[in-house]
Design a protein around this ligand. Structure first.
Ligand code: GRF
Length: 212
């Protein structure tokens, strides 16, 4: 089986990228990270990529005339690597229409809360502030909205009485990484289908039709 080519987009430390990279060391995982892209200089994610000998690029909004030009450039960068899937792993930018036209339906994002609860960039803080007893992580297909796309997988993480935003964020990230690695591998190996808002991973050969 040929490995599924994947581009990973990052803005931060890249712990999700590192977990994916570790998984790809086993050929049976079925995924090859063909490039890593960032929206800013100096990210840990790009350092991880370079250390592993994976092509890395930086595409900054500020280096383009406007947001649309940046979106087109990001699309072009990614396209150049021919990915079957693009994974936003802590990528702190919303992609635009050009990117979605090219990669919609195969652009994954991971969010540190149980969507549709607590969308946006402060998911762990919002869960604490609301006082929920469980939160978690959501893997979803990116659409035009903010954290509104079709949900691929979710996992539950308890909120402890003594939690701070730091301890809760760390507990979520551990679960989030495991989920990301499991489901990216399954999607690459088994395909998936989407019907309305409901996604199914694997389960039968015919599912390959709308997956990879
Ligand atoms: C993840 O928790 C992701 O959900 C959020 O940013 C974090 C990225 O972490 N959007 P890392 O850069 O992969 O360590």
């Amino acid at each position: 089986m040929n490995a599924t080519p994947v581009v990973v987009l990052v803005s931060g430390g890249g712990s999700n990228l590192a977990a994916l990279l570790e998984a790809t060391r086993d050929p049976a995982y079925g995924v090859e990270i063909v490039a890593v892209g960032a929206d800013r200089e100096g990210t840990g994610g790009v350092e991880i990529a370079r250390a592993a000998g994976i092509p890395a690029f930086v595409c900054r909004v500020g280096d383009h005339a406007d947001r649309a030009a940046w979106d087109a450039a990001l699309t072009e960068f990614c396209e150049g690597y021919g990915p079957a899937l693009v994974i936003s792993a802590g990528f702190m930018k919303l992609v635009g229409p050009a990117f979605l036209a090219r990669f919609g339906g195969r652009l994954l994002n991971t969010h540190p809360a149980l969507l549709p609860s607590f969308p946006g960039i402060t998911g762990a803080q919002d869960a604490l502030d609301y006082g929920v007893k469980v939160t978690g992580a959501t893997l979803f297909l990116v659409d035009e909205g903010v954290d509104t796309g079709v949900i691929l997988a979710q996992c539950v993480v308890p909120v402890e009485d003594a939690d701070t935003v730091e301890t809760l964020t760390e507990r979520i990230k551990v679960a989030e990484r495991a989920q990301l690695v499991e489901f990216v591998g399954r999607m690459a190996r088994e395909g998936w289908t989407v019907s309305g808002r409901r996604a199914r991973i694997g389960a039968s050969g015919e599912l390959k039709e709308t997956g990879l």
